[in-house]
Design a protein. Structure first.
Length: 393
């Protein structure tokens, strides 16, 4: 409820007060990049970036990170890649308290822009923060609260010369993982949903989708005329640099859950082999779960507008076809078709697990025990039921 009220105030009420802040023509304006360190909530995990403009009787912040969970079909639109964020321009005094409350460090970098450049940026931000212009199509790594300020500052300054990248192997996924170490289930979901589109190596500029990396790059960057981009750095609130949750206990991690599932699956297979009979409810449940996960993966690959979701090589393991054995294992007349499915599934999953190292996609370590579950379920079905299928030919 508090977040909902805050969002409403930022977009509808507080801007009305900002209308009273009129900049005197010809005033000297100062532009600063504001960097907020991560918070404990998932959507606070990477920190935040905003632009602050002061001088001429104003002190305003321009925040590209406004959104509301209560918009119609928010989850569906987020998964489909149709999430709209909004730019809000409002007095800086309303910006800082939220980060003080969550104890996140806030740093200000005053930029070395001349007055004409500062005015150009101010005018553009004012235009974009109007009600008819403030919404934009959010993209997880290409169009977010850090990339938009970066792009606008690059534009008005005439270009920025960034330092050489110190991390030449960084990918979108590796940067995400550096923030989500204490959130293994969140990273598990990211690794499931996003395919090889986030696994290519990035130059320094593309690494700046993360606010802290943008701050560090600006600290060493120069303008085209050789002047340093940042003239002064100030800590506005000396809070925690990482006020995140404590590490997840090992017994609550995806890897533990995956290994436990593998042990259970192996135990069921031993029982089945001794009885020479498939435990149908177990197969039905397992392939129902993988089929539902596969339906999500296929939706992201073929329907979602997120370019980072396709290609996703997990689709060879997790796909809607997994729902077929979940249902047909209860239908005796489908036994031949079910046998064929398990033969194909065994071959696909075995190939995927064996040659994943050669694919241009990084996998979550917990995926492999789960792949092995599917592999041994299909192998066990083929072993137990091959005589029955031959008999019915």
């Amino acid at each position: 409820m508090i977040k909902r009220i805050a969002f409403f105030l930022l977009l509808h009420i507080i801007p009305l007060f900002a209308l009273g802040q009129i900049v005197a023509p010809g005033s000297d304006l100062r532009v600063s990049l504001i960097t907020c360190y991560p918070g404990a909530a998932v959507y606070e995990l990477y920190g935040h970036t905003a632009i602050r403009i002061t001088g001429g009787g104003i002190d305003k912040v321009y925040n590209f990170g406004l959104f509301s969970f209560n918009k119609p079909n928010f989850i569906y639109r987020f998964v489909k890649g149709e999430t709209d964020y909004a730019l809000g321009g409002y007095p800086f005094e309303y910006f800082l308290p939220d980060y003080i409350e969550r104890n996140s460090k806030v740093v200000q970098q005053e930029l070395n822009l001349n007055n004409a450049q500062a005015w150009a940026l101010y005018s553009e931000l004012e235009y974009l923060s109007r009600p008819e212009n403030r919404e934009y199509r959010y993209n997880y790594v290409l169009n977010n609260c850090a990339t938009r300020p970066r792009d606008m500052i690059e534009k008005v300054s005439g270009g920025i010369v960034y330092p050489e990248a110190t991390d030449t192997t960084a990918t979108f996924r590796s940067i995400m993982r550096s923030y989500s170490g204490n959130y293994p289930w969140y990273q598990f979901g990211i690794d499931l949903a996003l395919g090889s589109g986030i696994d290519y190596r990035l130059d320094l500029r593309k690494q700046l989708f993360a606010p802290l990396r943008l701050k560090d790059a600006f600290a060493e960057a120069r303008l085209n005329d050789g002047r340093p981009l940042v003239t002064r750095t100030t800590v506005l609130f000396d809070g925690s640099e990482s006020p995140i949750l404590p590490p997840t206990p090992w017994y609550l991690t995806p890897m533990f859950a995956a290994c436990a599932m593998l042990v259970i699956t192996a135990g069921v297979c031993v029982i089945e082999y001794r009885r020479k009979r498939t435990i149908r409810w177990f197969d039905s449940l397992w392939f129902l779960l993988t089929g539902l996960a596969g339906s999500l993966v296929f939706f992201l690959v073929f329907v979602s507008e997120h370019e980072a979701t396709s290609p996703n090589y997990l689709a060879f393991w997790l796909n809607p076809f997994c729902l077929f054995p979940a249902v047909t294992i209860w239908i005796k007349s489908c036994r031949k078709w079910l046998f064929s499915y398990h033969f194909i599934n065994f071959a696909l999953v075995l190939f995927l697990a064996a040659f994943w190292w050669a694919l241009p996609q990084s996998a979550n370590a917990a995926f492999f025990p789960l792949m092995l579950c599917s592999l041994i379920r299909s192998a066990n079905y083929l072993t137990i039921n091959r005589k029955c299928v031959k008999r019915n030919k």
